[in-house]
Design a protein around this ligand. Sequence first.
Ligand code: ATP
Ligand code: MG
Length: 1009
Amino acid sequence: MMNAEKQEIKVRRVSSRKRSRDSLKSHLTPAKKRGSTSLGQCPDSTENGVFTGAMADIKATEVCYYCSDNEDLFGDYDSILGDSSFLAKLDCAEQDERRHDSLLKQACDDVLTDSILDDFREESLKDLPATQREFQEEVLEGAKRDKRREGDKTSTPFRNTVEEETERAFGNRTASSPKAKRRVTDQLKRALLCNAAAPSSVSRTAVLKEAVVSEEISFAMQAMETVSAETTDLGPFFGLPTKVKDLICKLKGIKNLYDWQETCLNLDCVQERRNLIYSLPTSGGKTLVAEILILRELLCRKKDSLFILPYVALVQEKVRGLASFGLELDFMVEEYAGSKGRFPPVKRRNRRSLYIATIEKAHSLVNSLIETDRLDNLGLVVVDELHMLGDGSRGAVIEMTLAKVLYASKTTQIIGMSATLGNIKDLQTFLRAENYTNDFRPVQLREYVKLKDSIYEVDPKEEDCFKFSRPLNFKYSSSMQKIDPDHIIALVTEVIPTHSCLVFCPTKKNCENVAGMICKYLKEEFLLHKEAEKAVLLRELRNSGNGSVCPVLRKTVPYGLAYHHSGLTGEERKLVEDAYSDGVLCLLACTSTLAAGINLPARRVILRSPYVATDFLKRSQYKQMVGRAGRAGIDTIGESILILQDKDKTMAKKLVSAPMEICYSNLMHDNGKGVLSLILSLIGLNITSSLEQVKDFMSATLLHVQERQLCVERSLGETVQECVGLLKEKGLVAVSADARGEILQVTRLGKATYKGSVDLTYSDELYKDLSKGLESLMLDSFLHLVYLVTPYDLISQCKPDWMIYFRQFTLLSTSEQKMSAAVGVPESFVARKAAGQTVKKNMNPVVVKRLYLALVLFNLLKETNLWSVAEKFQLSRGFIQTLLSSSSAFCSCVLHFTEELEEFWPFKALLAELTRRLSYCVTAELIPLMEVAGVMESRAKQLYNAGYKTLAHLANADPSALAKNVENLYKKQANQIVASAKMLLNEKAAALQEEVDDLLMMPLDLPQL
Ligand SMILES: Nc1ncnc2c1ncn2[C@@H]1O[C@H](COP(=O)(O)OP(=O)(O)OP(=O)(O)O)[C@@H](O)[C@H]1O
Ligand SMILES: [Mg+2]
């Protein structure tokens, strides 16, 4: 109820009189409506952007949803201004109030004074129930905010200056003043909120004002209700309120949109909500465009949006970054990564949701929306790094997700961001999308190669490709020449420590060696550079390792250097990345994983060799790496240097001048696993129920677009038929017949398999293991359950150390040993292996290895110390981290699998708790803090020790106090933590509220007398 009230108040903003339409046709009106550039032309002729025309097969019905009945993009704005009696009285009362109330004159130096960054605690609210308190707090906060606003509107010139400046910067050329409009909204909101809050000390002027306007308010509200019901446009910033651009300025520090961003947002196809792929080089600023479009979908069309990112860390970063937008603009930001996310998502009556998801979670989310017939609520799907369609099994999952959205919803728009590709047309055909391409880079990139003692500039237009640039200046002793024959030290010391440098290395070990080697020859002065900050970093690294710190980092960090690869724990990686971004570290020796998606630019990028492990670099990998060169706003140029040996020269020439990479469908990857699981879920979700329908669906996939190249031995139709046969054979799909012919249906096992996103190869085995597990489930420790959720696909990477295995085995309790013997690993076997004896009896190696991995996890759950477990099992902490996160993800898959199979009922409660434990793997009291996006163990410990013990503590924290109370926590990070915590708390409360509402709803079909 309360939510509904608040929402209503927020959307009412319109008047009884609209502005004349012609006067409103600004540059923000879609080009088509202004009668300017037609499709296929770039509206801004000065740009070198290329915009390819609409696909021929786009149906007219899919074209115009955005502006269909709302051509007037600004019609809802300043019309109240026309009603002089009402406004004049409001203004008059306001002025009066200002003169008399000195409190309201306080200046405020912040553009966004009503921001979430403000403290909203109120002593008097302590005793209220939580939901009521939240509402009351908002009311009071609203009142406080308005006071501050009024104060600064007249007395603080700075606010005006900033507003004008940002307005100018963002090219606001509308005739109306958004500030005036906002003021009207605020005034109304204030009046209503004041009523709701029933303030005890109402000023004389407020009473007067109330008397003057009370009648007119109800009249105005009625008028607004009518207009707001038919309008979707909220303001002058690409259809969004001015507040959005202020937030972008404040929270992201971006004042001006790049020209290409503005052009792209103004494209007809964007205005008309057609699907779009836009491709630009790395660091081109693609994300901002997507975020503006997402906000538009959430705020203007009031539809949910899904933002798909490739990695968990990126999802968490985005959730942290957008939580403040959600709080300010009243939408939910929900994390779908790792074991987080609800399927189907909670229905929210009053607010829209932005789901930020990894590739896999996005797929499950879309499945659950289709299953509950809610896909139409999803207005927009944005895919970052769309070229990952060509990336093995993950690419197949993206393709399935998008194909399902295209097939099952005609109103969901799809936007893909991509690196420049050679066959973008294929993707366009698949997605029925337009394409916008631009080669914009905020910082110019110069590419070089190093051969022997010389540097050559890369120029693919030159005959030789490499043009001599300069000799490399260095003085090496003979011992140094031996240790560093590639002159890496000479190359890096040209830039560090003043500028930053990334050295990409072919292997993980090489990263560590290179970082260590460079340090050996750096001068003492390097130790003095940012000495104190480096000491803090080392302390934090030590905290994150529960007292242990990596010996390589211990040596390199004092010089400002570190390595970065998947062998670091997530927490170490984050600390290293942050320190590099802040300039505390000036060089990272890293593997190619750093190049994907993370925004860590450098003045100079060095590619230590043209290989990743033993494979020669692919063009896309090369482009990703060199693309990191040049930090926008700091460097004027960025440079990359590829170190070459003579033998690699010819290949390297091909590499730098090769045509763009081609992106192929991966549904046939790994013996067609993608096609198999796609068909299973299509049948399970009732999207298709006959072979013909399956074939029809498949003809709308990327695989179909590329059938000629990819289905060489047999046609796609034949492949589909074969796959359906295979699914029947595996007992996942069954056939029944009716008058219309054969009907395909999933079996119980089939349903559990697709619902749990369980790999088809293992679903049988999983079923058997779980069944056997039920016969004698051992519950006096976690070992048995952990064994049942140890991922099958990691088993092949496990090589038990028999001595360690035996030692661990002897530490198990009698019941744990009994359970181990029951699954197939008796103590005698492990003892013999440890003693180096041959074992005649045939043991199942899969079970033996799986139990070994389970022992690692079991130890982790007990000790919660990754470092000591890594040492105990002589495994790298990176592997242990991977094992842990894969297990928690698989545990939640198994949970969904068992939910579909009645016989597995006992597992439901057990696995829900186990998923939670595996996800966080910390002592129980830290879990609520770690639920907040991006809060890792050592930060959670710091917060806990500083007295922030629950989610509510964090959500209600004052960011300044938080930053002061917690060592080395910057204000910006504190703001993000508080914003994310508030968002999570809101989300949890809203979910409970929805449940309450559902429970209390009167059934429509209640039998009557
Ligand atoms: N208009 C702008 N003005 C200044 N900085 C901007 C602008 N737009 C984006 N940026 C900044 O540029 C940086 C790179 O942007 P972004 O991450 O969106 O690049 P990208 O195109 O997605 O590159 P990649 O392919 O590497 O993911 C970010 O730090 C972002 O905040
Ligand atoms: Mg990006």
